[in-house]
Design a protein around this ligand. Structure first.
Ligand SMILES: [Fe+2]
Ligand SMILES: [Fe+2]
Length: 236
């Protein structure tokens, strides 16, 4: 065993991990550092975009609960930013530039069980845009009229229910059907094309920027510590 391997084994043991032999990584196998580019496969790209959108949905859920009568006062500005992020990253890019152009037509043509999905997914994209318009309108100018709170809370909750179902079906039914309908080479080429579209749309790494934005929104509402969401033990 080389001295490098021995050092690695000692480090693992010190960390309380199982003592297993970890071969040294070849230069090509090593990960990239911060700021370095690494290609993202097309389906992973779509699913990590859902991750950003799901974080926006979590903001909507939490804020909808706070908007209940007698709840704490809600600063509407981060909510407005969330809706604008959903518009730019979710609706104008992920849905309009990727799914509606590159995913739905392929899944429709493949005629498998997933072919029934694109129609309803498109209806839901359009309904989502109506709701986003509404959220942006009622939180415009950093204010929220008390008379809008109840309707806004209901709209947010219905949007969350719709989009959680929507993204979960895409992740587990539609994207796998899309991947199956295309060759590995086509999928790889589309991964590159998606990165070009992202560059054209945002002029920079849209995903990293969206992650930064949703992180700022979570911080503004006090949601950034994930530990606060750890469920309590069940009561018997
Ligand atoms: Fe979609
Ligand atoms: Fe999607």
């Amino acid at each position: 065993m080389s001295s490098a391997d021995q050092t690695r084994r000692l480090a693992l043991a010190a960390a309380g991990l199982a003592l297993v032999s970890v071969p040294a990584l070849a230069a090509d196998d090593q990960g990239k550092g911060p700021g370095q580019e690494k290609a993202t496969p097309a389906v992973e790209d779509l699913m990590r975009e859902h991750g950003v959108l799901r974080r926006a949905l979590l903001v909507y859920s939490e804020i909808a609960a706070r908007l209940a009568p007698g709840g704490p006062k809600v600063d509407p500005r981060p909510l407005n930013q969330t809706a604008r992020l959903f518009r730019a990253f979710g609706e104008d890019y992920h849905e309009r530039k990727l799914e509606e152009v590159h995913i739905c037509p392929v899944v429709r043509r493949a005629r498998g069980p997933a072919a029934a999905y694109p129609d309803v997914l498109t209806v839901q994209h359009n309904r989502g845009r109506e709701i986003t318009d509404y959220v942006i309108a009622v939180t415009r100018d950093g204010t929220l009229a008390a008379s809008d709170a109840e309707v806004l809370a209901r709209a947010l909750n219905r949007f969350v229910l719709m989009y959680e179902n929507h993204a979960a079906r895409e992740d587990t039914i539609v994207f796998p059907a899309w991947k199956l309908a295309l060759s590995d080479r086509q999928i790889e080429a589309l991964g590159d094309q998606f990165e070009d579209i992202e560059e054209q749309q945002f002029g920079h790494d849209g995903f990293e920027d969206a992650v930064r934005q949703i992180g700022d929104i979570e911080r503004a509402y006090g949601f950034s510590d994930i530990g606060q969401f750890t469920a309590p033990p069940p009561r018997r």
